[in-house]
Design a binder for this molecule. Structure first.
Ligand code: F0G
Length: 389
């Protein structure tokens, strides 16, 4: 692609903010010059995704050990996760190609997102999920949007493998993040975030890693912005993984040249319960290009971080909280310096998995916080007196 005219683009991206056209209101298509694959006149399949907030988190900043933290919250997207950025691009491409059926393997969010965009485009949707390992909320989304959901008695990696071996024969268009159009949509997260920051580059961007599509997309977006003169330096990219599903972390820590898959990945952060990430080579390129790092977090550390973030009134799903846990751990190890300007990408909405955090509370704590009281004023007074002292 030829280098775009920076000043003209900055001006037109700004102007589009007050436009009424859907492709201007979408936080992905507003940047369409940087994802130039849609033929002119072709309508895009959009739910006005993106436009997500960048929020200060002062208590969490302190909790992490004194960085300047903001969170870019992807949970406000139409189906509640960052997947919508990639899906608008990918399903638009499916429509351009005239595909009849789109398909994905998913830990939940991709399936919810694909199902919404597919039904909107009039395409059929088939979803392969690991049986019993997708939250009820995510499953309900895919079902309500009319997808056919197939629960596989195996993990995500196996589901994706099976889908890949069947797709050509059955004429299924795969929208997993091995599809490059997904990454094109997802890279716009950094365009929007940097625009929100007045193009001031943070020191670190921290993002959870599962199939490693998002970090690859973010790396690509950053390199393009630098190449085209929108920014003059790159932030360091940090990937955070759950300890039971951390093959990328292990590869980097060992200085290995190849990724060794984890055959039985496990973590309560079900969104990133992935042992054989298909995008590891692209992710490695992103980490190398940005002098990045990877950190690994136990489930206890992940849920502690989620609780810390809740004190700023910010909820997210467990996978997203790996970022906060990772910042604290890297800060404690001196690998992130005090006062560093850090943006954490919160990938999914709190309501995607409302119960996993509460399940970790002790019975006592739950009893203290959730009371059953008779509909009686005296009893209510005495219950409240106990807690409001
Ligand atoms: N956070 C959330 C909430 C996710 O749903 C995912 C991936 C990730 C982080 C990791 O992103 O795969 O690009 O490294 N979820 C996929 C799914 C696998 O099927 O919904 P990644």
């Amino acid at each position: 692609m030829q280098a775009p005219d920076r000043a003209a683009l900055l001006a037109s991206w700004q102007t589009r903010r007050s436009s009424g056209a859907v492709e201007d209101r979408s936080g992905v298509w507003r940047f369409r010059e940087l994802l130039p694959f849609v033929p002119s006149g072709q309508p895009v399949v959009t739910l006005i995704e993106g436009n997500t907030p960048l929020i200060e988190a002062p208590r969490t900043s302190k909790w992490t050990g004194g960085v300047q933290l903001t969170v870019k919250h992807q949970g406000t997207n139409p189906t509640g996760s960052f997947k919508d950025l990639g899906m608008t691009a990918c399903v638009t491409q499916a429509a351009i190609l005239g595909c009849g059926v789109v398909a994905c393997a998913s830990t939940g969010n991709t399936s919810a997102s694909m199902s919404a965009y597919a039904v909107r485009a009039g395409l059929r949707a088939a979803v392969f999920v690991p049986g019993g390992k997708v939250t009820a909320a995510k499953l309900a989304q895919a079902l309500e949007f009319g997808a056919t959901v197939i629960e596989i008695a195996g993990n995500f990696d196996r589901a994706l493998e099976l889908l890949q071996s069947l797709a050509a024969d059955l004429n299924l268009y795969i929208v997993n993040s091995l599809n490059p159009f997904r990454l094109e949509g997802q890279k716009t997260i950094v365009f929007e975030m940097l625009e929100q920051r007045g193009w001031r580059v943070p020191d670190y961007i921290v993002v959870p890693g599962g199939n490693l599509g998002n970090v690859s997309a973010i790396g690509k977006g950053l390199c393009e912005l630098k190449r085209w003169g929108f920014i003059d330096r790159l932030p360091r990219l940090v990937v955070t993984q759950a300890e039971g599903a951390n093959p990328f972390y292990r590869m980097l820590a060992a200085g290995a040249a190849e990724l060794t898959p984890i055959t039985e990945p496990h973590t309560d952060a079900t969104a990133i319960r992935i042992g054989n990430p298909v995008n590891w080579k692209k992710a490695l390129r992103a980490i190398r290009a940005t002098d990045g790092m990877c950190e690994s977090l136990s489930d206890d550390e992940i849920f502690e971080a989620k609780a810390a973030l809740a004190k700023d009134g910010i909820g997210c799903e467990p996978a997203s909280a790996t970022t906060i846990a990772g910042i604290r751990k890297l800060r404690a190890a001196g690998k992130i310096e005090a006062g560093a300007d850090v943006v954490a990408i919160l990938t999914g909405n709190q309501l995607k998995d409302p119960e996993s955090a509460l399940r970790r509370w002790s019975a006592e704590e739950m009893k203290r916080r959730l009371m059953s009281v008779a509909a009686d004023e005296t009893e209510l007074r005495s219950a409240l007196a106990r807690i409001l002292r």
